[in-house]
Each structure stands twice: as C-alpha cells, then as structure tokens.
Write a protein that binds this ligand. Structure first.
Ligand code: UT7
Length: 331
C-alpha cells in the first residue's frame, strides 16, 4: 500500500509592523548593539503594539493570508493545531479563538505547548492525523507574542525575543514527499532554567507575583546555552546518520533561531557550510514557536520539490528534537 505522508503545501506569515531595534533597546536598558550582535546575533525584532491585540490576531491574519494564497475554503479545514506558549488566555484555546476570528466552523482543534520546540512537535502531531488517511487539510499555526511575557527592564532577556505567527497547510502526499521522521526528547529537570514562575496553578497571580516580576519569562541563559548547543546538534547529527544523509545530500538545515552561536555550532557538528543554513535571527530575534516556519516562509521561493530539510529546535522544558522532511512543491 502507498504510504501517506503529510506535506506542507502552503505557508504564510504575519509580522507586526513595529520594529524594535538594538538602538532603541540600548536606551531602555544598559546594553549595546555591539554586545547583542556579538553574543546573540540579533539586530531587530518585531513587536505587536495595540490594545487588545494577542497571539490569535497574528495567527488569524497569517491564516487568512494562507487560505487566500492556497485557494482553500474555511469549510475545508478539518483540524487546527496552534503551537504557542503565549496563548491569548488559559482557556479557551487559541485554536478556538483563531477559528472564530477566521470563520472556520467545521474543524476541531487544540493548542500545543512545547516552547521553542512547539513548531516541530506540532508538525509531527499534525502529520500523524494525515498519515491515518482520515484528514485531508490540517491548519497548523505557530505563533508567539513574546513581548507579552518579556521584562523590558531586564537586559539579560529583553534583547532576545520578538513577536510573529506563521500559518501552514498540511495535506496528504503519496509521492514520498513531506514529513519523513522525527527524533524528539523532553527533560523536565530543566524546567527551572527557562520558565514563567507565576500566573498559573502552581503560583496564581497576586500583588506579590506582580511586584516581584514573576509573571515575566525567566532564563538562566548560560545553562540553557550549554545544553542547547549539545542537544540540538546531537539530534540533528543522529537524524543524518539514521537516514545516511551526508552534508552534500542535505539541502537545508532549518534551526530554531535563539542564538547565532548555537546555530553555528549545530551546523559545524553536522559538517555544513553556512550557505546551507537558514538564518534570519538578525531581523526577527527569537519568536519561539514561529522561528522555524518563519525561515521556511522567508526561503519559500528558493525551496524546490524534493529538497531535503532537517529542522532542529531546543527550548524551555527542556524540549528538543529534529525532524526530517522532503519539501513537496515549487513555488
Ligand atoms: O529559545 C530557547 C532557548 N534559549 C536559548 O537557547 C538561549 C540560550 N542562552 C543564550 O543565548 C545566552 O546565554 C544569552 C544570549 C542569553 C546570554 O549570553 P552569554 O554569553 O551567556 O552571557 P552571560 O549571561 O554569560 O553574561 C555575560 C556578561 C554578564 O556580565 P558580567 O557578569 O560578566 O559582568 C552579563 O551581565 O554579559 C552581561 N550581559 C549583558 N551586557 C550587555 C547580559 N546581558 C547583557 C546585555 N547587554 N543585553
């Protein structure tokens, strides 16, 4: 029997208009363009400004653009999976909010929380629905409004993050293109190295948690850096070995964009030259679930049917993984 794989058949993004530059940041906290470029590699990031605008607004706009671009009707969407750690609210899920804003009425859906690994985990999850043969059109939205959890008085975290959302259409493919394999791992012992301390069931919001800034993202940057460098490369190299992919065979590494030094170290371990690595961290910063699909969207016109891609991510949890896919279309 022919194997059904899940292929990405369309991609669109929403980037907020407001650009927060290193120059502006260095007027807000004690930092500099030089330090941020040397240690992280980010020049600017997008910030969603405007009252009552949330992750769902970015995701809904990306979805509208995707449906228009691919000629897909709202009623054709059967399932919506939203990868985010900055949902509009605890519940209902951002999938419900996006469905309502876009007018999708014949689907079910849910949110998936895996921080910076959110996109690859959601892509694998969505794929499995398609591989059963039952689902024909799955909408995947990966987005985060990181500015809503970033402390703009903390110079160790505020240069890192930006806001964005990307929407992708997944459809069945029987020609051996699409999602081929994944290697995923979590290690909850890292949960205190990158997290938001308060505002949930463990420590509900109170005047005290607000006063101490515990509703903002906290990161022990050095610890996360050390583990990210080794784990992201481990699973990317393992994926190459498992499928006998040489550096020449691989068309692209699509890495999570958290730090230029982590990306370079991963590429080095894989034996790849920089020309084979998608990098746009300089323009958007770390948009958490959106970084990898933002790369795919940026490079969409260059991607060719049959291109071999390894996607790799590491993030809060800890969560990490690599995913191997063969691109399914020429644009
Ligand atoms: O996406 C999820 C996963 N996250 C990651 O992968 C992020 C991993 N971590 C990192 O990328 C890096 O650890 C950071 C970019 C967050 C920090 O870079 P670092 O090279 O690890 O810096 P550090 O924390 O060791 O700090 C070095 C120095 C310190 O000063 P002292 O103590 O040596 O005097 C910091 O206070 O740099 C100082 N520093 C800054 N200086 C200017 C920290 N932030 C800044 C800043 N501007 N923004």
């Amino acid at each position: 029997m022919t194997k059904i794989r899940a292929a990405i058949t369309g991609i669109e993004a929403y980037l907020p208009e407001y650009i927060l530059t290193n120059e502006e940041l260095s007027r807000m906290v004690d930092t500099s363009d030089e330090w941020i470029m040397q240690r992280i590699g980010i020049k600017e990031r997008r910030i969603l400004k405007g009252k009552d605008l949330a992750t769902s607004d970015m995701g809904a706009e990306a979805t509208r653009r995707l449906l228009a671009k691919t000629g897909t009707k709202v009623d054709d969407i059967e399932l919506i999976i939203v990868a985010t750690v900055t949902p509009d609210m605890f519940f209902p899920s951002t999938a419900c909010v996006i469905a309502d804003k876009v007018g999708i009425k014949k689907a079910w859906g849910f949110d998936l929380s895996a921080a910076c690994s959110g996109f690859i985990y959601a892509l694998q999850t969505a794929s499995q629905f398609i591989e059963t043969g039952r689902y024909k059109k799955v909408l995947l939205v990966a987005g985060d409004k990181m500015s809503s959890v970033t402390n703009y008085t903390d110079r160790t975290t505020c240069p890192l993050f930006g806001d964005a959302a990307v929407a992708l259409l997944l459809e069945p493919d029987t020609e051996d293109f699409g999602v081929i394999d994944h290697i995923f791992q979590i290690d909850g012992s890292g949960r205190h190295n990158l997290y938001i301390k308060a505002g949930c069931s463990y420590k509900p919001s109170s005047y005290e948690t607000i006063d101490t800034g515990e509703h903002f993202l906290y990161q022990d940057g050095q610890t996360v850096f050390k583990i990210a460098v080794s784990k992201m490369a481990d699973v990317a190299v393992e994926m190459m070995e498992r499928h006998s992919i040489t550096p020449d065979d691989l068309t692209w590494l699509v890495p999570h964009q958290a730090n230029m030094r982590i990306i370079e170290a991963t590429a080095r371990r894989m034996g790849l030259s920089k020309e084979k690595v998608m990098i746009n961290i300089e323009r958007y910063g770390n948009t958490t679930a959106a970084t990898i699909p933002l790369c795919l969207w940026d490079w969409e016109k260059e991607l060719k049917k049959g291109d071999k891609l390894i996607l790799a991510a590491f993030g809060g949890g800890f969560t990490w993984g690599s995913l191997y896919l063969k691109w399914a279309y020429n644009s």
